[in-house]
Write a protein that binds this ligand. Structure first.
Ligand SMILES: Nc1nc2c(c(=O)[nH]1)N[C@H]1C(S)=C(S)[C@@H](COP(=O)(O)O)O[C@H]1N2
Ligand SMILES: [Mo]
Length: 298
C-alpha cells in the first residue's frame, strides 16, 4: 500500500469542532495548530470522492434502504445533545460526550477507501481519533476480548426504524485487537466539516479493511465484553454476512463475486477496479488473522 505523506492537507487536520461551527474563522488562532504538521501515515493517496458523492450515496437503513434516502431523511435526527454510554469490562464506565471522546486537539485526518459488501467503493477523507485512544481513556480490563457498538434507537426521528428490516438498534462488534489497531477510528467529521447526519453523526466507527457494514454509525453505546457480540447483518443473514467481514476478493458473497468493485463517481465508462485483500490494508492488518481460515471466518 502506498503511504501518503505529501498529499495530506494540514489545514484539515487541525480544524477543531469550534472552528467547524465558526466556519473556520478562528483557525489561525487555534491552539490545536501547535500540534500540527503531523501527517497520517495511514492515508491513501487515491483521489477522494466529492462531498456531493459521499453525502448522497449512503447506506443508513434507519432512514430507508435506498441510497438517496439517508440524504433526504437523516436531517430529522437530533445529534445535540449526544452521549455515548461506555460500559462492561472497563475501569471508568460512564456517559461520555463526543468532546470527551474526540477532543479538538486530538483530531486527525484519515483518507480511507470504503468498500461496501455490495461491491461499490469510495475514498473518504475522515476526521476523527483512533478508537484505541478512547479505549485507553476508559481503561480496558484484562478480561475484555471484544468491543460491542450500538446505534441510536429513536423511531420518532429515524423513519426506517418504524419498519421491519434488521432488528433495531443496529449493532456491531470487533475483536479487541481489531478495535485497538491504529487504522480503526471513531470519526466525527469528513472533509473540513462535522459529520453529516447521513454519514453517521455525531460519531461513527470506521474500520477500513472490513466491509462497510462493520463501520456502524451514530453510536450511543460501547461495551467491552468477554463474548463475541451479536452483529446486525450477521444476525439477519449469517450465511452471507460474517462477524469478521474482512474485505477479501477471494471469498465470494453467496450471490456475487467480491473480486472487483465499482468506484462511485467513476462514471459510466469508468470500468471496475480489482478489489484488494483487506481493502488494500493487508500490510498493516494481515497479521491479526495469521493462522485463521478466512473462508471459514468470513
Ligand atoms: N447504524 C448503521 N450503520 C451503518 C449502516 C446502517 O444501515 N446503519 N450501513 C453500513 C453500511 S452497509 C455501509 S457501506 C456504511 C456506509 O457509510 P457511508 O454512508 O458513510 O458511506 O455504513 C455502515 N454503517
Ligand atoms: Mo455496505
Amino acid at each position: 500500500m502506498k503511504l501518503n505523506w505529501s498529499d495530506v492537507t494540514p489545514k484539515h487536520l487541525w480544524l477543531n469542532r469550534r472552528n467547524f461551527i465558526a466556519g473556520g474563522a478562528a483557525l489561525a488562532a487555534s491552539p490545536a495548530l501547535a500540534l500540527s504538521g503531523r501527517p497520517s501515515p495511514f492515508s491513501t493517496s487515491e483521489k477522494p470522492n466529492t462531498l456531493e458523492e459521499i453525502t448522497n450515496y449512503n447506506n443508513f437503513y434507519e432512514f430507508g434502504t435506498g441510497k438517496t434516502d439517508p440524504a433526504k431523511n437523516a436531517g430529522a435526527m437530533t445529534t445535540d445533545p449526544w452521549s455515548v454510554e461506555i460500559g462492561g469490562l472497563v475501569d471508568r464506565p460512564g456517559s461520555y460526550g463526543v468532546e470527551d471522546l474526540a477532543p479538538d486537539n486530538a483530531l486527525e485526518e484519515r483518507i480511507y477507501r470504503l468498500r461496501c459488501v455490495e461491491a461499490w467503493s469510495m475514498v473518504i477523507p475522515w476526521i476523527g481519533v483512533p478508537l484505541a485512544s478512547v479505549l485507553e481513556k476508559v481503561g480496558v480490563q484484562s478480561g475484555a476480548k471484544y468491543v460491542a457498538f450500538q446505534t441510536l434507537l429513536r423511531p420518532e426521528e429515524m423513519s426506517g426504524q418504524r419498519f421491519p428490516s434488521i432488528r433495531w438498534p443496529y449493532v456491531e462488534g470487533l475483536r479487541l485487537d481489531e478495535a485497538m489497531h491504529p487504522l480503526t477510528i471513531l470519526a466525527t467529521g469528513l472533509y473540513s466539516d462535522p459529520l453529516p447526519n447521513q454519514n453517521g453523526a455525531p460519531i461513527r466507527l470506521v474500520v477500513p479493511w472490513k466491509y462497510g457494514f462493520k463501520s456502524i454509525k451514530s453510536i450511543v453505546r460501547i461495551t467491552l465484553t468477554d463474548q463475541q457480540p451479536p452483529t446486525s447483518w450477521n444476525e439477519l443473514q449469517p450465511s452471507e454476512y460474517g462477524f469478521y467481514a474482512n474485505v477479501n476478493p477471494n471469498v465470494s458473497h453467496p450471490r456475487w463475486s467480491q473480486a472487483t468493485e465499482r468506484r462511485i463517481g467513476a462514471g459510466l465508462f469508468g470500468g471496475r477496479e480489482e478489489t484488494l485483500m483487506f481493502n488494500g490494508y493487508a500490510d498493516q492488518v494481515a497479521s491479526l488473522y495469521s493462522g485463521m481460515d478466512l473462508a471459514q471466518n468470513y
